[in-house]
Design a protein. Structure first.
Length: 300
């Protein structure tokens, strides 16, 4: 429903942008007017959603916050920026607001990649017709596998505010770098899915550790076997070298014996030739003696 705050912040005097202009200038006076109108609209919607206290432009710690609401022991801070926020500064401001007791922090800004880097919502038009603001970025929804992903359809900002104040919508991290806003039910489903994935990965890791331990043991066994075989091979090489040395020594001895045998054979051959010559000489001498004896007998 629309309250008196919706009527109070209508662009009745012509200030602010017309619906659909989507101005993103930082120092634009009309943009500042649109932001102020959105802040008063948020105050009315937060009160209508059940917030007990809503303050605008209030100090939270050392920072001046656009909107601060409280409900019981919960508190939330809303920062409105019609221009794309600078990430480093926005993160620093978020940390300061949380440290100053801001509790939950929400950035309302134009859609872009920064909505996944901050606890932010991307607003389609800050000068929406009839203050029917539509959120087109920063929302997550549970997918078929149970893991949250970016919501493709737009959502009414009033629906988000109602769910946020009621505790039905919360900000969470999809991974170590990005996050978004989703219903508590979707976050529970996402958490269960992530827990199942972690359990499966833990089991896979355990299996891999077991396989790695077995592989290391097999490697150690093969290394020991290789060392034993290497040692045996070294001993075989030493034995082969020793046998080769013995064989070479034997061959040298045989060669020496062959040389000695050849020398002896030559000596024997020379001696046989000498004996044959002496035998011939002896027979010749005997024949001469016999001849002389026969001649003497004939002459006598």
């Amino acid at each position: 429903m629309r309250g008196d705050a919706d009527t109070a912040v209508r662009n009745a005097d012509g200030r602010g942008h017309a619906a659909g202009e989507r101005c993103r200038e930082t120092d634009c006076a009309d943009c500042r007017w649109d932001v102020q109108r959105l802040k008063f609209w948020l105050r009315g919607r937060l009160l209508a959603a059940g917030a007990e206290d809503v303050q605008l432009d209030v100090a939270v710690g050392a920072r001046l916050s656009d909107v601060l609401w409280r409900k019981g022991d919960r508190s939330g801070v809303i920062e409105v920026s019609s221009a794309p926020p600078e990430l480093a500064r926005a993160r620093a401001v978020t940390a300061e607001l949380r440290a100053g007791g801001g509790g939950e922090v929400l950035w309302i800004c134009p859609p872009g990649f920064w909505t996944a880097q901050l606890p932010a919502l991307g607003l389609d038009d800050f000068a929406a017709e009839g203050c029917e603001y539509r959120v087109v970025g920063g929302l997550l929804v549970s997918g078929p596998g149970g893991v949250v992903s970016a919501r493709q359809s737009a959502c009414e900002l009033r629906e988000f505010v109602t769910g946020w104040v009621a505790g039905e919508i919360a900000f969470g991290c999809r991974d170590e770098h990005t996050g978004g806003w989703a219903t508590v039910t979707d976050w529970e489903r996402h958490t269960r899915t992530q827990a199942a994935v972690i359990a499966r990965q833990r089991q896979e890791l355990q299996n891999q550790r077991t396989a790695l331990a077995l592989a290391r043991k097999a490697t150690r066994d093969k290394t020991k076997q290789l060392l034993r075989m290497t040692h045996r091979l070294e001993r075989a090489e030493l034995a082969a070298q020793q046998q080769a040395d013995d064989l070479a020594q034997t061959r040298r001895k045989i060669a020496d014996h062959n040389r000695v045998d050849a020398t002896l054979r030559l000596t024997v051959s020379s001696q046989k030739s000498a004996i044959l010559h002496w035998q011939l000489i002896t027979w010749f001498a005997v024949m001469v003696i016999i001849t002389f004896i026969a001649a003497g007998l004939v002459l006598k």
